[in-house]
Design a protein around this ligand. Sequence first.
Ligand code: T3D
Length: 262
Amino acid sequence: MDEQPILVELRDGYRVITLNRPQRLNACTEAMLTALNAVLADAEADISCRALILTGAGRAFCAGQDLTDRLAKPDEKVVGGAQEYFYNPLIRRLRALPFPVVAAVNGVAAGAAANIALACDIVLAARSATFIQSFAKIGLISDSVGTWILPRLLGPARARALMLLAEPLPADKAEAWGMIWKTVNDDTLMAEAEKLCAYFTAAPREALASIKAALDASWDNDLSAQLDLERDLQHAASLTADYAEGMRAFMEKRAPKFMGRK
Ligand code: T3D
C-alpha cells in the first residue's frame, strides 16, 4: 500500500504535482489516479493557482497503468472501466484546466503516461527521457487520448508507426518531430519547468485560459465557427481587469502587473 501516491507542493502561484511510486516507476493504480484527479480538482478550484507542474519521482515519469494492480483483480475481466472512471476524466480535466500545465518528463513515459504528458500544455523532457506507446506490446490500444493527439501533433505516418511498433521515442527526437516543446539537460529540467511557471504566475490568467479553449475547439471547428469563437473570447478578454492593466502598462511604458482576475 503506497503512503502517498501523489505529492503536492504549493508554490507561490503554482503547484508541483509529483507521481510518487518510484519503486514501480510511478505506474498508475486506482488509488493514484483517484488522488491525481482530486488534486487537479483542488487546483482548479483555487483562483490563486495559475500554473501546474506534473512530474515523476525517481528515474521515471510514469510507466502507465500498473499491470500488477490489474493482475491483482482477476475477476475484472473487462478492461475499459479504468478508461471510463479514471483515465478519461483525468484527460478531460487536464485539458480543461483554466491555467497552463507543464509536464516535466524526467524519465520514461510509457503507455497512458506518455499520453497524459502529451495532454499537458507544455511538455519539457529531460534528455534521457523516452516516450513509449507501449500498449500494443501487451495487446491493448493506445488510450488516454493518444489516438487523437498523436496524429495531430506528428501527422498520421509517425503516429501510426509509434503506436503499431511501440518503440521508445527518445526526447531529442520527440522535440525534433514537434511532439513536445523542448528537451533540456536532466539536471536543469525542474528549474526550466519552474521558470515557465514563474512566467505564468505573472501572466493574464483569463487570456491564457481562453487561448487554451480556442486551440482545443479549433480541432473540430470550421474556419467560420473558429472566427466566431475568437470574437466571443476576445470580447470576454477585453472586459477583464488584466486587459485594462495591459493597456495601461503599454501606454505608461512599463511592465504590466497582471493580477489574474476577470
Ligand atoms: O488495464 C487497463 O485498464 C488498461 C490500461 C491501459 C493503460 C496503459 O498504460 S497500458 C500500458 C502499461 N504500461 C506498460 O506496458 C509499460 C510496462 N513497463 C515497461 O515496459 C518498462 O518497465 C519500461 C519501458 C517503462 C521501463 O523499463 P526499465 O527497463 O527501465 O525498467 P523495468 O526494470 O522494466 O521496471 C522497473 C520496475 O518497475 C520493475 O519491477 P521489479 O522487477 O524491479 O520489481 C517493473 O516490473 C516495474 N514496472 C514497470 N512498469 C510497470 C511496472 N510495474 C507495474 N506496472 C507497470 N506498468
